[in-house]
Design a protein around this ligand. Structure first.
Ligand code: CU
Length: 167
């Protein structure tokens, strides 16, 4: 049995330790609460600049299911690309990053799903033209129940995009 004094000393040591640890990054996800009058909303949409139309770009946003029924994101379209696919990036134990189709994404009521570099993203292929930093593109998100959400995404430079990287 530990003496109360010793237990306190251990606790204080732990507290000192955690005070020196680097502060965790501020959570990007805002709160998301379901309510009877709520709906699915998309926030903070952006895409990556891409000057080479034979290369790909990617779009990101944060989705909140504010409604009381599950919502399944099935499809996305945008005038800037002929092909838009949901992908999931992952890093294996050797540090190799790969990506795979993410398929449909179902959000429970009150659930938030964040699309961000290094994780879920919308791969944009067969670009209709170069995408420059500051350009706007409309993203139309389509759900299994037929509902759609249109959201305005602004293109960020690759330098800016790198600061959004999730680690
Ligand atoms: Cu991808």
């Amino acid at each position: 049995m530990m003496k109360p004094g010793l237990a306190l000393a251990v606790l204080m040591t732990l507290a000192a330790c955690s005070a020196q640890a680097p502060a965790p990054p501020a959570p990007k996800a805002l709160s998301c609460e379901a309510s009877a009058t709520g709906a699915v909303t998309a926030e903070g949409a952006w895409l990556r600049e891409q000057k080479d139309i034979n290369a790909s770009s990617a779009a990101y946003f944060s989705l909140c299911n504010g409604g009381t029924a599950p919502a399944t994101l099935t499809d996305l379209s945008t005038p800037v690309a002929a092909i838009a696919m949901f992908h999931q990036s992952s890093r294996d134990d050797k540090g190799i990053v790969s990506m795979a189709p993410a398929g449909e994404i179902t959000l429970a009521p009150g659930e938030r799903v964040v699309f961000a570099p290094g994780g879920r993203h919308v791969m944009l292929m067969s670009l209709r033209g170069p995408i420059a930093s500051g350009d706007h593109a409309e993203l139309t998100l389509r759900f299994a129940d037929g509902a759609t959400i249109a959201v305005d995404a602004v293109a960020k430079s690759n330098v800016e995009a790198a600061t959004q990287e999730d680690h």
